[in-house]
Design a protein around this ligand. Structure first.
Ligand code: DAH
Length: 357
């Protein structure tokens, strides 16, 4: 084997063997560098006779070119493998919680949902949910809103285009339809709260077309207004974290309860902020009542055997009252500065024993 063939065989073997870019570069320098074997062979051309040069020139050029090409090809291979390795090891699982200090904040409405679940959970309630898109039966008819009844008009309902022959679906105007869904699916005793979004065609400083409610429902034997009052007064004390709450239940009308009452609590203004519990003025904070026998019957429950109470409240306003936020509109503007200021640290689960806020 000629020297050229030996060098070519050894060089190509070493290039093939090079396991990383640094090893490959060492081979390149040893063969093609200034003092490399191939370069030194090339230099011998100068001392050759013209005839020799004519035969050796192409052979040596061929050698140099093949070694150069082999280095380039191996380099591309190694770079590709290196990138692949990095892509594998630097892969990020977006479903994992962040490792650094969490930046995000829980929206006050979500915080208040959690607090309410903690308070009512402590009283034995569980959380139920239902669809945002409702049918006429669950949103109105089963809740004792007869067809054409004026109470339907008060809800500023968003209707969907009707499907052939069917009553149009609606964006639920309150969380009360979930009462119906739970009673249809489950036998008493029932004790649930229902947090959720509700929708009405209304838009001004204190109304947004989407807002949040929590509904409550208790169905059992021998339930009466005393239970309703006790439960709601306890709730308000826990929620506002005060020892005393002066409350009154003022007669009202809701189609789905009889009797119905709005709950007012005493409050006082201290500078810009409001203290709930005692004071010189009344503030309405929720609606409530004894579940109407028609509603029980509509859900297959015998009103002679079971009774219950229900309540419903607007969560956005309760969050404003508790946390001193003056304006409803920023709730829905996704302003990071606002959320950082009024938001809550995530994963700090509120509890009645461990503290709500
Ligand atoms: N659904 C009522 C509303 O959106 C709130 C409400 C009032 C719910 C009284 C109730 C209740 O369950 O008993 O205005």
């Amino acid at each position: 084997m000629s020297e050229i063939e030996t060098i070519e065989k050894e060089a190509l073997g070493a290039i093939e063997q090079a396991g990383d870019l640094a090893a490959l570069d060492a081979v390149r320098v040893a063969e093609l560098g200034k003092k490399g074997r191939v370069s030194c062979l090339m230099k011998t051309l100068g001392g050759m006779s013209p005839e020799e040069r004519q035969t050796m020139g192409p052979k040596l050029n061929g050698l140099r070119n093949r070694v150069q090409e082999a280095v380039e090809a191996r380099k591309a291979e190694l770079e590709e493998a290196e990138l692949e390795k990095r892509l594998q090891t630097e892969r990020i699982d977006m479903t994992l919680p962040p490792r650094a200090v969490p930046e995000g904040r829980l929206h006050p409405v979500m915080q208040v949902f959690e607090e309410m679940a903690a308070i009512f959970g402590d009283m034995g309630f569980t959380v139920a949910e239902g669809p945002d898109i409702e049918d006429d039966w669950h949103n109105f008819t089963a809740l004792n809103f007869p067809e054409g009844h004026p109470a339907r008009e008060t809800h500023d309902t968003f209707f969907f285009h009707p499907q052939q022959g069917a009553a149009p679906k609606v964006l639920r105007t309150h969380t009360s339809p979930v009462q119906v869904r739970v009673m249809e699916a489950q036998k008493p005793p029932i004790r649930i709260i229902v947090p959720g979004r509700v929708y009405r065609n209304d838009w001004d400083a204190t109304h947004t077309p989407m807002f949040h409610q929590v509904e409550g429902l208790v169905i059992d034997k021998n339930i009466h207004m005393g239970h309703l009052k006790g439960c709601l007064i306890d709730f308000v004390k826990e929620f506002f974290e005060v020892a005393n709450v002066e409350a009154r239940f003022r007669p009202h009308f809701f189609p789905f309860t009889e009797p119905s009452a709005e709950m007012d609590v005493k409050y006082r203004k201290v500078g810009e902020s409001i203290e709930i519990g005692e004071g010189d003025s009344w503030m309405e904070i929720l609606g409530s009542g004894m579940v109407h026998p028609n509603v029980l019957r509509n859900c297959g429950i015998d009103p002679d055997e079971y009774q219950g109470f229900a309540f419903g409240m607007g969560v956005d306003r309760l969050a404003m009252l508790k946390y001193g936020m003056p304006d409803l509109r920023p709730y829905f503007e996704a302003d990071a500065g606002w959320t950082r200021h009024y938001g809550f640290r995530p994963w700090l689960s509120p509890s009645v024993a461990g503290g709500l806020s």
